[in-house]
Design a protein around this ligand. Structure first.
Ligand code: ZN
Length: 231
């Protein structure tokens, strides 16, 4: 971790949002917070990949720990649904449904921004946000690759569109269309990787699509993130 932090600092990255995955990594996030201070934002979450391999009683136990930690966290997430082929079994879907509904219920009055992980499940997540929301503190849909219409549905509910390395890849036509038309207050940039310095590559690609400079989109993303986390 010290090397990763040093590399990202030398690329000009001065803050990090840590998505939570499972109860075992929440103490590690706390350690990083102690080591690096308020530039590390801790989000407590139950990632759908982890959830898919747990029993419902393990998830229930994790949700109880989650409820205890939420008040001291900076944000909530990653939580969400992942319907990629690997997790497309009825058991995995059922576990993911159970975990996200529990997490959303516990997040209702938390006043913390929510980091959503959504793969091939935008319709289902939007329904859940309506069922358990509203979430006036908002959040972000991280690693977004959907259409402008889908983005608009999240924005209506207070969730920003967070764009990562998809912006650099071949294809991703819907994502690129979305990036081009979002308002400057509606997007975030992310790497979703162990290489935070990739943020500069993402910013270059997003800047090209929005016909502006990488510096400009980085500045907007930073402002939007600060507004979201109230820092
Ligand atoms: Zn994710």
């Amino acid at each position: 971790m010290p090397e990763i932090f040093a590399r990202s600092r030398s690329a000009g990255v001065r803050g990090w949002v840590l998505g939570g995955v499972h109860p075992g990594d929440w103490p590690d996030q706390q350690q990083l917070r102690l080591a690096y201070g308020a530039s590390v934002l801790r989000c407590v979450g139950l990632h759908p990949w982890w959830v898919s391999h747990q029993t419902c009683s393990d998830i229930q136990l994790a949700l109880e720990q989650f409820a205890e930690l939420v008040p001291t966290a900076d944000g909530i997430g990653e939580i969400g649904l992942d319907r990629c082929a690997h997790f497309h079994t009825p058991e995995a879907q059922q576990r993911q449904d159970f975990a996200i509904q529990g997490a959303l219920e516990l997040s209702r009055y938390a006043q913390k921004p929510i980091v959503l992980h959504v793969v091939r499940a935008h319709g289902a997540i939007l329904q859940l946000l309506d069922r358990w929301g509203p979430f006036p503190q908002g959040g972000m849909v991280h690693g977004f690759s959907g259409s402008p219409e889908t983005a608009r549905e999240y924005l209506k509910r207070g969730f920003l569109i967070s764009v990562g390395l998809g912006a650099l890849k071949k294809g991703y036509g819907q994502l690129k269309k979305t990036i081009a038309i979002l308002d400057e207050a509606e997007f975030l940039l992310e790497t979703d990787s162990h290489e935070p310095a990739d943020l500069v590559k993402v910013a270059t690609a997003v800047g090209n699509l929005r016909k502006t400079t990488p510096e400009d989109v980085l500045r907007k993303s930073s402002l939007n993130l600060r507004r979201l986390f109230e820092i």
